[in-house]
Design a protein. Structure first.
Length: 175
């Protein structure tokens, strides 16, 4: 979706610059694409634990403290996802009540792109809440090792190995 949007924006830019022509509404498409892609990216980052973590002090902490912090991070993400879902749902309800349309040349009824946004946000919330529950379960079982392995940041060596494996896969795909 984002790659397609990039091509449309590039074409729009060239057409405006050299031919004084515009598709009109490309910025509208861009807003919809970002609104839909963001919660999907949040979901992938949460499930794969690929979000950025700063490990400056983390590596020096005892296992139990690391586990508590990892559980706190997972629960915080779950709470944030529910807040975002609530906000998104309120926005979609208001859009439906007022039958809002985009203030662009296309005059798109906003209920359509916002419904997709809501579905993507719901997916993120479900994933984050499930992960949060899993972290709490491991915390209550006092399974520090399991909690830290599943929810903690990887070591530098692990991250390097993941990157090298990904590079190898991309190299094999080109051949």
């Amino acid at each position: 979706m984002m790659i397609s949007l990039s091509f449309v924006i590039a074409a729009e830019t060239i057409l405006r610059k050299f031919f004084s022509f515009s598709f009109g509404g490309v910025d509208e498409l861009g807003g919809y694409a970002v609104a839909i892609a963001a919660p999907l990216a949040f979901t992938v980052a949460a499930v794969e634990q690929s979000h950025i973590r700063i490990n400056l002090l983390y590596t020096r902490l005892p296992e139990g403290v690391k586990a508590a912090l990892n559980a706190l991070a997972a629960v915080s993400m779950g709470i944030l996802s529910l807040y975002l879902l609530h906000f998104t749902l309120r926005t979609v309800r208001d859009t439906q009540a007022y039958q809002s349309i985009a203030q662009t040349p296309w005059a798109t009824p906003l209920i359509y792109p916002q419904s997709i946004w809501l579905a993507a946000m719901a997916l993120f919330a479900v994933a984050a809440v499930i992960l949060s529950a899993k972290a709490c379960y491991l915390l209550l079982r006092r399974d520090w090792t399991g909690l830290n392995r599943r929810f903690g940041p990887g070591s530098v060596e692990e991250e390097l190995q993941v990157e090298l494996d990904d590079l190898k896969k991309r190299g094999e795909a080109k051949q």
